[in-house]
Design a protein around this ligand. Structure first.
Ligand code: FEO
Length: 170
């Protein structure tokens, strides 16, 4: 049986991952309305990835005999200004998630739960990738500019992203 405090913290993390999915869907909607279809598609792949993150935690709790308690998902912002502002917000959000994953790891270490430490290592590594990919887009937008011809090039480039659940990659 998993430590009660740790199970509670993982339930809170499920909520954060589902909120992330919601936030990226809200960003997708903004891009779709702006006819930036590549960026809308990138956000959809990101939202699917967040759903996968949530369900991975969900299944882990079930596997460890703990209850999954779903809470209300906060409404994400709908007022965005520009592609650059959105990707900067995404980066800040991912930094917040990284901090949260690190705190979960600290707790797993504190309560000596080796199985959860091993499980969480996947998320620790995943967050490095998550932050790096968004940081790259922020840099591109800052260099090329987030309007005119440059934005159309970046939009086309980002539209090629798809999400494949890791288990299917093996
Ligand atoms: Fe689930 Fe983007 O971290």
């Amino acid at each position: 049986m998993i430590n009660e405090k740790l199970a509670k913290a993982i339930n809170e993390q499920i909520n954060k991952e589902l909120y992330s999915e919601y936030l990226y869907l809200s960003m997708q909607a903004w891009f779709a309305n702006e006819s930036l279809d590549g960026m809308a598609s990138w956000m959809n792949a990101q939202a699917q990835e967040e759903h996968f993150h949530a369900m991975k935690f969900f299944n882990y709790l079930v596997e460890r005999g703990a209850r999954v308690i779903l809470k209300t998902i906060e409404q994400p912002t709908v007022d965005f200004e520009s592609p650059l502002q959105i990707f900067k917000m995404s980066l800040e959000h991912e930094q917040f998630v990284t901090k949260s994953i690190n705190e979960l790891m600290d707790l797993a270490i504190k309560v000596n739960d080796h199985a959860t430490r091993s499980f969480l290592q996947w998320y620790v590594d995943e967050q490095v990738e998550e932050e790096a990919s968004v940081d790259k887009i922020v840099n591109m937008l800052q260099r090329i500019g987030d309007h005119g011809h440059g934005i159309m090039m970046i939009d086309r480039d980002l539209g090629s992203r798809t999400f494949t659940p890791p288990a299917e990659e093996e």
